[in-house]
Design a protein around this ligand. Structure first.
Ligand SMILES: Nc1ncnc2c1ncn2[C@@H]1O[C@H](COP(=O)(O)OP(=O)(O)OP(=O)(O)O)[C@@H](O)[C@H]1O
Length: 276
């Protein structure tokens, strides 16, 4: 792998059910991961294996119990707010449910350009132009910048989430099940978009997913998680063609389990797709 941009070393995240007197439980247990320039690291595993918690740690949305996070070689685990601002510019997140991560009362222009203004990377007088450019970049109609989230389909809303992530010119985008709740054909289009953006902008992705078919299309390297640990890590071909661990083989052989909540969203959003 080329030089890591973002890495987590020996990350541990404990939760203590029932307050401080309970027995701590390790959702993430000594996880070490890194992603290089223009590379896609996929993190796969069953529900509850610790993928999302790991993503939140890498995104600095949650603090590890122990371990370190480095951005371009600099330890940012306990970074003061000024350095986190730089971190937020470099590392962006796209979440699973675009509708809950887009403020329903704000129009698209305000949603997409808020991080840019917060980071002081652009001025208010330029936001209309920048928004149109970003909408075009993610394959949406640039004239829709005054629309509100509910006027878009699931796939379109996820493109808005991607445009917002791109607004600050990040180097790393952490996609936490970003295409999981989309209808299969829409999912394929968003995956193509992510690949095009990586090619054009040199982005690095940490791609959290339970769907191995999606991972196969996107990943350069794959980390397999189980019970909070990385049980196997390798290139995509190593993991898919010559998995070493029994757990990985079982995961590859398993029919993906249907998550009822995602199915509900998928049905709801599919009904919206096709609307313009
Ligand atoms: N804030 C929290 N408090 C207590 N336990 C938590 C918290 N967040 C996560 N957990 C637990 O940590 C474990 C790992 O959860 P996590 O969401 O990281 O797994 P996951 O692999 O992303 O699963 P899924 O695909 O279902 O989201 C689970 O047992 C979960 O219940």
């Amino acid at each position: 792998m080329n030089v890591p941009i973002l890495s987590g070393r020996q990350l541990v995240r404990e939760f203590t059910p029932g307050g401080r007197r309970g027995t701590p439980f390790r959702a993430v247990d000594e996880v070490s991961l890194e992603v290089g320039e223009s590379e896609t690291l996929a993190v796969v595993g069953e529900s509850g294996s610790g993928k999302s918690t790991t993503a939140r740690l890498l995104a600095r949305l949650d603090d590890p119990t122990s371990g370190t996070i480095e951005l371009e070689g600099e330890d940012v685990t306990t970074a003061p707010p000024a350095r986190l601002r730089n971190f937020r510019r470099t590392v962006q997140v796209v979440f699973q449910d675009p509708f809950s991560s887009l403020n329903p009362r704000h129009n698209v222009e305000r949603i997409i350009t808020a991080p840019l203004l917060y980071q002081r990377l652009g001025q208010r007088k330029d936001t209309a132009r920048i928004c149109k450019e970003l909408l075009e970049r993610v394959g949406l109609n640039p004239d829709h910048s005054t629309r509100y989230p509910h006027q878009f389909s699931g796939g379109q809303a996820q493109r808005i989430g991607i445009a917002r992530a791109l607004a600050v010119n990040p180097k790393v985008v952490i996609c936490d099940e970003a295409v999981s709740a989309l209808d299969v054909s829409v999912q394929a289009q968003v995956i193509d978009l992510l690949r095009d953006l990586q090619r054009d902008l040199g982005l690095s992705y940490v791609f959290i997913a339970h769907d191995l078919a999606v991972v196969r299309r996107l990943a350069d390297r794959v980390a397999v998680m189980s019970g909070g640990r990385v049980v196997e890590q390798g290139t995509r071909d190593q993991i898919f063609d010559t998995p070493k661990e029994e757990y990985t083989r079982a995961l590859l052989a398993a029919v993906p389990r249907i998550n009822p909540e995602w199915e509900r969203r998928r049905r709801e959003w599919t009904a919206r797709d096709g609307q313009d």
